[in-house]
Ligand binder design. Structure first.
Ligand code: PLP
Length: 437
C-alpha cells in the first residue's frame, strides 16, 4: 500500500516545527481544538476574518447561494451574487475606480493589477513603459509576479533567478529610517529616491505598487500618511500608474474602509482580497479607473485582457462578501474598530519604554511591537519561543521575526484584547535585551 498522503503545511518544517493544531470548531474570536483547548484568534486567521468566525449572516448567505447557483464561469456569463457584490462595493469605493475584475486571492489580485498596468501602456502605444517599482520590505503574495514586486527575502531567495527585475525604493520605515531622520526632522525625505527615479526613467515605468500605510509581512510597518500622498503626487506628475495593494488593509483593518482613504488618496488600480468575503471564502478583486479599462476596449482582439481563473467571481464567495458588507451596515463595526484602536494605543504606550521594546506602532485594528532582540529576521530564535508562550496561554499570535503583532477579528471583546496585551507585556521578560546602540 502507498504511504498515507500527507498534508504539506505552509511555512512549516516537519523537522523543526511542532505538529499542526487540529481545529474542530471556529466561533467568534475562538478556535476550538480537538484536545479541548480554546484559542483566541489574535491574527484573524492570517489577517482575513472580520466579523468573527461562523457569523450566522455569512453562513446562511453561503448556504442559500449554494442551493441557487454554486458556481458558474464569469467569461461571457454573470449572476446575481456577483452583481450584488458589485453594487455593494460601489457604495464604499471611490467613484474613480469604475471597473472590477475578480480573481481568487490576494496574489492573483496583485498579478492582475501588474498585468493590467503593463498591458494598459502597450494598448495606449507606450510599450516601453513596462517596468515596475516596489518598496523595500514589501510583500504582495507568493506567485511569481507578486514575489518580483515584493522585497527580496528568505521567502523569495530560491526563486531569485525566476523573478523579473523591479526598481526598488525605500519604505517609510520610521523606526529604521532609510535616510537617517527622525519624525521631528523629517520632511518625508525617503520619497526622494522615487522622485529621482521617476525624473530619469518615467518613460520606462508602468506603475508603482504600494501596500498603503501598512506593510504587513515586512513587519507591520506603519507609514506616515504624507508618504502615500507624496507617492500619489509623484505618480500623477510623471504619468505612472499607482497600484494600491489593499489586500491586508482593506475593509476597515486600518480604521477606515480602505487605507487610501486615511491619506485622501485614490490609486489607479486597487487590489482586494482577505477581508473581502469577511474572511470566509477565497476571492480576489482588482479595481481600475475608467481610463485604464477604456484602453482594453476596441475592435482589435489583441487589446483584450486575457486573464481568467476557473473560480473567478465564484457565487458562494460573492454571497459571503455581500453578507459581510451588509454586516458593516447593520452592526456597529466601525465603533468596534475604534474601540480596538483605543485599547491598542493605550496598551502600547504602557510598554513603549520597556528595555526589550525597540518600537511600538499601531494603525486601526493592528498593533505591533518590534523587539530589540539581536537576531532579527523571520527565522529569529525568539519567534518560536514567543509563539509557544502565547499558544500555551490560549492565544494565537504569530510573530513576524521579532515583531509581535495583534490583528484581531473586529468582534473581539475589550477584556479579550486586554488579555492579549497583558500576555504581550508578560512575554517581554522572555526577551533578552541587547545593549543600546
Ligand atoms: N498582498 C498583501 C499586502 C498581503 O498581505 C498578502 C498576504 O498576506 C497578499 C497580497 C497575498 O494574498 P494571498 O495570500 O491571498 O495570496
Amino acid at each position: 500500500m502507498n504511504p498515507r498522503l500527507q498534508i504539506w503545511h505552509p511555512f512549516t518544517q516537519e523537522a523543526l516545527d511542532p505538529p499542526p493544531i487540529r481545529v474542530t470548531r471556529a466561533e467568534g474570536v475562538y478556535l476550538h481544538t480537538d484536545d479541548g483547548r480554546r484559542l483566541i484568534d489574535g491574527i484573524s486567521s492570517w489577517w482575513v476574518n472580520l466579523h468573527g468566525h461562523g457569523h450566522p449572516a455569512i453562513v446562511s448567505a453561503i448556504a442559500q447561494q449554494a442551493a441557487r447557483v454554486d458556481h458558474v464561469l464569469l467569461a461571457g456569463f454573470t449572476h446575481q451574487a456577483v452583481e450584488e457584490l458589485r453594487d455593494g462595493l460601489q457604495k464604499i469605493l471611490p467613484g474613480q475606480l469604475a471597473h472590477i475584475f475578480f480573481s481568487d486571492n490576494g496574489s492573483t489580485a496583485v498579478e492582475v493589477a501588474l498585468k493590467m498596468a503593463v498591458q494598459y501602456w502597450k494598448n495606449t502605444e507606450c510599450p516601453e513603459k513596462k517596468l515596475l517599482v516596489g518598496l523595500d520590505h514589501a510583500y504582495h503574495g507568493d506567485t511569481a509576479g507578486a514575489m518580483s514586486v515584493g522585497a527580496d527575502s528568505s521567502f523569495t531567495a530560491p526563486f531569485r533567478d525566476l523573478l523579473f527585475p523591479v526598481h526598488r525604493i525605500p519604505s517609510a520605515y520610521c523606526y529604521r529610517c532609510p535616510v537617517g531622520k527622525t519624525r521631528p526632522t523629517c520632511a518625508i525625505d525617503c520619497v526622494a529616491p522615487l522622485q529621482r527615479l521617476l525624473e530619469e526613467k518615467h518613460s520606462e515605468i508602468a506603475a508603482v505598487i504600494v501596500e498603503p500605510l501598512l506593510q504587513g509581512a515586512g513587519g507591520m510597518i506603519v507609514h506616515p500618511v504624507e508618504f502615500l500622498q507624496r507617492v500619489r503626487q509623484l505618480c500623477s506628475d510623471f504619468g505612472v500608474l499607482l497600484i494600491a495593494d489593499e489586500v491586508l488593509t482593506g475593509f476597515g483593518r486600518c480604521g477606515k474602509m480602505f487605507a487610501c482613504e486615511l491619506a485622501g488618496v485614490v490609486p489607479d488600480l486597487m487590489c482586494l482580497s482577505k477581508g473581502l468575503t469577511g474572511g470566509v471564502l477565497p476571492m480576489g478583486a482588482t479595481l481600475c479607473t475608467h481610463e485604464i479599462h477604456e484602453a482594453f476596449v476596441g475592435p482589435d482582439r489583441a487589446r483584450t485582457f486575457y486573464h481568467g481563473h476557473s473560480y473567478t467571481g465564484n457565487p458562494l464567495a460573492a454571497a459571503a462578501a455581500v453578507a459581510s458588507l451588509q454586516i458593516f451596515e447593520r452592526e456597529p463595526v466601525f465603533e468596534r474598530i475604534e474601540a480596538i484602536s483605543r485599547i491598542h494605543r493605550e496598551r502600547l504606550a504602557a510598554i513603549r519604554n520597556h528595555p526589550a521594546v525597540g518600537d511600538v506602532r499601531s494603525i486601526g485594528t493592528v498593533a505591533a511591537i518590534e523587539l530589540r532582540a539581536e537576531d532579527a529576521g523571520y527565522a529569529s530564535k525568539l519567534r518560536p519561543v514567543l509563539y509557544k508562550f502565547f499558544l500555551d496561554a490560549g492565544v494565537l499570535l504569530r510573530p513576524l521575526g521579532n515583531v509581535v503583532y495583534v490583528l484581531p477579528p473586529y468582534v473581539i471583546a475589550p477584556e479579550q484584547l486586554h488579555y492579549i496585551h497583558d500576555l504581550i507585556a508578560e512575554s517581554l521578560r522572555l526577551c533578552g535585551v541587547p545593549p543600546l546602540g
